[in-house]
Each structure stands twice: as structure tokens, then as C-alpha cells.
Design a protein around this ligand. Structure first.
Ligand code: ZN
Length: 166
């Protein structure tokens, strides 16, 4: 199941590890749980997966954490500060995993104006996500994975501006 034929972020971090990167993390802020990424990366040594997503929602997975998988489900219609709190908790746990490379599954569908979710993030929150990832001081790469509102270009720009420190 899922929407992708090739799981780009998982392929990329596994390739990076095969080329000598010691520790990797995937941070997934798409509003839908990354069930495919979790299936591929679970139990991979020196790799950790962090997903903040709405639950219940498609695909109906991601309710618990185990092994190197860290899931942060947020209920539909949760207030913005609750969603931000889950993201902050995930980022804090990611920091403790001390990766030397972070792959980001960037879904802009937890935006309050997104037609596919019942989440409450604002544009500024995507800038904050970029800034927070930048603050780790390790290489970060980002793959666009979702976002269905007409504001998508502005949300991406806010995220990239934060990531670039601008
Ligand atoms: Zn999504």
C-alpha cells in the first residue's frame, strides 16, 4: 500500500550509510504516517525514524514506538500548540539519537488550510521546523512528500527559508 513506487527518503539514507555515513535519522512531518518508511527502516542499525502525524487518518498506522521507530500520533482537530508540542518532542528525541545526516520527509499537509487533514499548523510553523533542523548543525536533505493546499508554495518557501537561516 502507499503512494510511492520508490521510497526516496529510505533509499537515500540507506545509500548514504552504504557510503560511510555513520548514523542517520529520518524526520517525517507529513500529516500521514510513513508506514512504508517505517517498514523499510525498522531495526536498521544506526538509523532512526521519527514520524509526527495525524491519527486516526490514512493509512491508519503509526500508533506506537518500538525498536528504532518513534511515532508521535496527534488526534484530528488537535489545537496548534498540541501539534507543535508533538513536533518538538520528536525533534528533541531525534537530537538525542545524534545522527550525522538527517533525511526529511516534508509533507505540508498538517497545514490548517490543507483539504486532506484536520491539523492546525500555520505557515510560521514550517519555518520553525526548518530552523529547528538547521540548528542540529548536521547535513539535512529534504524530499517533498505532501501538501495539497493552494498555499503550498508559500509553506515550502517558509520551510526552506528557516532551513537556510534566512
Ligand atoms: Zn500526507
Amino acid at each position: 500500500m502507499g503512494f510511492c513506487y520508490l521510497n526516496s527518503v529510505a533509499v537515500a539514507v540507506l545509500e548514504a550509510m552504504s557510503r560511510g555515513i555513520k548514523k542517520v535519522a529520518v524526520f517525517d512531518f507529513d500529516v500521514h504516517h510513513g508506514n512504508g518508511t517505517e517498514d523499510i527502516l525498522v531495526d536498521v542499525h544506526n538509523c532512526a525514524y521519527f514520524s509526527v502525524h495525524q491519527y486516526p487518518a490514512y493509512p491508519g498506522t503509526g500508533t506506537s514506538s518500538y525498536s528504532n521507530v518513534h511515532n508521535y500520533p496527534v488526534p484530528p482537530y488537535a489545537p496548534r500548540d498540541i501539534y507543535r508540542g508533538a513536533l518538538a518532542a520528536a525533534l528533541d528525541d531525534l537530537k538525542h539519537s545524534q545522527p550525522s545526516l538527517i533525511g526529511v520527509s516534508a509533507g505540508f499537509d498538517p497545514y490548517r488550510g490543507d483539504p486532506l487533514s484536520a491539523a492546525a499548523l500555520e505557515k510560521e510553523d514550517f519555518r520553525w521546523l526548518g530552523e529547528s533542523l538547521r540548528a542540529f548543525g548536521v547535513p539535512v536533505f529534504t524530499i517533498l512528500e505532501g501538501g495539497y493546499s493552494e498555499d503550498l508554495p508559500d509553506l515550502i518557501l517558509a520551510y526552506l527559508s528557516g532551513l537556510a537561516g534566512q
